[in-house]
Ligand binder design. Structure first.
Ligand code: DGY
Length: 339
């Protein structure tokens, strides 16, 4: 799909993205916009090299793509100066390789903060109140009358919730739970984050009497919500050992990146502890779930949709376009992991 074929700068998007604002912005600035129409959900490195071709000024890519040495070298050879992930997370991007090849990298922070936090809160409630199990029960025609024990779950009000990764999203989630604006649930909230004292919301939470805690203390929460970035310090942060320190009836929410949780250990833990519940938006080997997870009634699973509100997805597309345009035209890049 090509817009403004005679535009001076060639910008490629590896996927169709929501809205038209991002396309119009690029066209207004003399870009030829090419959107990949391949049916495949996940493009390979070879697919993307073919898209880049001989001349390409910038690429908007997706978190499912492997943006490493090979692709940045190809983009640089084609005269490209800019790449933006349409995502806030950029664990799929080798920023050092991009720097080496003179390609600026952008991401899309900010516009997905509340949307992602809302999904984490939804998963908290769905897991606590066994919404999915109950829905399946109804659809299967199994409901034959009210019973005192039917789908008894956890009351979140009054529980202590731990947030691991109190950056923008973790802090927004904390605020939602703590301030009881959206839900009247958490009376106590403990925050764990290496960045706690330097984030704006961290300061807000600190002013509200909340303290950063060590993992050991976070592990004794009634609920833990994961919002860290994925790097070698957070890979398998939730594993057999940390799961064993958690309460038997705790709830674990993951809207960050799948590999933060050792999913094999989690499946085993769910089997051994039927009252332990999880709400997962992300998976270790996306798009797959580890064997056994799909059978666990104490797991609520959704397909990486935490940022999937119309407003947010259009905002992400627009920011990604602005990141690429900014570099081509010499404006500052909004989401720049190097900053
Ligand atoms: C991100 O932006 O990193 C999310 O995982 C997808 O919106």
């Amino acid at each position: 799909e090509v817009y403004n074929p005679n535009g001076k700068y060639r910008v490629v998007s590896t996927k169709s993205m929501p809205g038209t604002r991002w396309i119009n912005l690029l066209i207004e600035q003399d870009c030829r916009v090419e959107i990949c129409t391949q049916k495949k959900t996940i493009l390979s490195v070879e697919d993307i090299i073919a898209l880049i071709g001989d001349k390409c000024d910038g690429v908007i890519g997706q978190l499912t793509e492997d943006w490493g040495e090979t692709l940045f070298a190809a983009l640089s050879r084609a005269g490209g100066k800019a790449f933006s992930n349409m995502a806030v997370g950029y664990n799929n991007v080798d920023v050092n390789a991009a720097n080496k090849h003179g390609v600026a990298v952008g991401n899309t922070p900010g516009v997905l903060t509340e949307t992602t936090a809302e999904l984490a809160a939804s998963l908290s409630l769905a897991a606590a109140r066994r919404i999915v199990e109950a829905d399946q029960f109804m659809r299967a025609g199994l409901y034959d009358g009210w019973l005192p024990h039917l789908f008894v779950g956890n009351l979140l009000k009054g529980q202590t919730v731990g947030v691991i990764g109190a950056g923008r999203i973790g802090s927004a989630y904390a605020r939602m739970m703590l301030l009881k604006k959206t839900f009247e649930i958490a009376d106590h909230m403990l925050i764990y984050s290496p960045f706690f004292f330097i984030t704006a919301y961290g300061a807000f939470l600190k002013a509200n009497g909340e303290q950063p805690v060590t993992w050991r203390r976070a592990a004794s929460m009634d609920e833990i919500s994961l919002h860290p970035i994925l790097d070698k310090t957070t890979y398998h942060l939730i594993n057999k050992e940390s799961l064993a320190t958690m309460k038997k009836e705790a709830i674990l929410i993951n809207c960050s990146r799948g590999p933060v949780v050792d999913e094999v250990a989690l499946v085993e833990h769910l089997k051994q502890n039927p009252m332990f519940r999880v709400g997962l938006d992300v998976f270790e080997d996306e798009p797959y779930m580890k064997p056994g997870l799909a059978d666990m009634k104490n797991a609520v699973v959704v397909p990486h949709i935490a940022s999937a509100s119309k407003w947010t997805r259009e905002g992400m597309a627009t920011l990604a376009a602005l990141n690429v345009l900014g570099k081509i035209k010499g404006y500052p890049v909004w989401g720049d992991p190097n900053r």
